[in-house]
Design a binder for this molecule. Sequence first.
Ligand code: T3D
Length: 265
Amino acid sequence: MRTDFQHLLVKQDGGVLTITMNRPEVLNAFNDAMLAELTEAVEAVAQDDAVRCVVLTGAGRAFGSGQDLHSLVEGRSSGAVGVVSEHLQKYHRVVYAIREMPKPVLAAVRGVAAGISCNIALACDLRVASEDARFIEAFARIGLVPDGGGGYFLSRLVGVGKALELSMLADEVRGPEAERIGLVNKCVSLELFEDATQALAQRLAKGPTRAYALIKKLIYTSAESDLQTSMRLEGELQDIAFETEDHQNAVVAFLQKRQPEYKGR
Ligand code: T3D
C-alpha cells in the first residue's frame, strides 16, 4: 500500500501497521481528504498479509475531534454537502472496513476522541486509552444524533442506559472511567501509553491471525443472533480454524511443551 498520504502517517513495524490521523492543528478533525485517505489505507491494509495487526491513532494531543466543522459549514454554504446521510455513507465505508478487516484493529486513544472520531474508535476491535483520554459523544452539543455507528456500538459496549446518558448529555468520559464502564479495554498512564499500545499490537500481530479473523466474525455475528445460530456458525468457523497451519502447529507445540510460533496461516 502507498504511504505518501497528505493527512495520514503510516508506519510498519514487523506485523504491526500504525495509521496516524495527522491534522493536529484541528485535533485531527475529519475533512473529506483525510476521510478518503483513511478509507483507502484501511481497505488496502486488509489485503496485506504482511500486516497482522492495525493500530489507529491520532497525531499530537488528540485522537480526533470528529467532523471538521469548518469544512461542514463551507460545504453547506457552497452546496457541496447536500443530504447529510449521503455524506455519512463515506464514514460508514470506513466503519465497515474496520469491522470486516481479517485481523485485529486496535484504537490507541490519547486526548480527545469526539463525535465521529469517538465512534470510529468504538468500531475498532480493541481500545487502549491514556489516562488523559476524553471520549465525547459530542453530537448533541451541536444538535445532532450520534453517527458513524455510535447508536449501535455504544449500547453494545456500555448498555442502553449509559448509551443514552453519554449521547444526550454529551459529557466527556475520561480514560479511567472509560475502562470502568467497558468503553475501552485498557487505560494506562500517558508515560506508558506508547509502550502499552505497541506491546499489545505486537502480541496480536504474533498471534493466530486467521483464528482472530474468525473470532471477529463469531463474536460480532453472535451479538446479533440466538444461541442456535451462533453455535451453527461456531461449527462452520471451527472447521476452517481446524485446517489452519497455526492450529495444527500449536497443538504439536503444546504436546512438545514449547511455545507455538504463529505464522498467521
Ligand atoms: O456532515 C457530516 O458528516 C455530519 C457528521 C458529523 C459527525 C461529527 O463528528 S459531529 C461532531 C463534530 N465535532 C465536534 O462538535 C467537536 C468540536 N470540538 C470541540 O468541542 C472541542 O474542540 C474539543 C472538546 C474536541 C476539544 O476541546 P479543547 O479545548 O481541548 O480544544 P480546542 O481549543 O477547542 O480545539 C483546538 C483547535 O482545534 C481549535 O482551533 P484554534 O482555535 O486553535 O484555531 C479548534 O477550533 C479546533 N477544532 C477542534 N475541533 C474541531 C476543530 N476544528 C474544526 N472542526 C472540529 N471538529
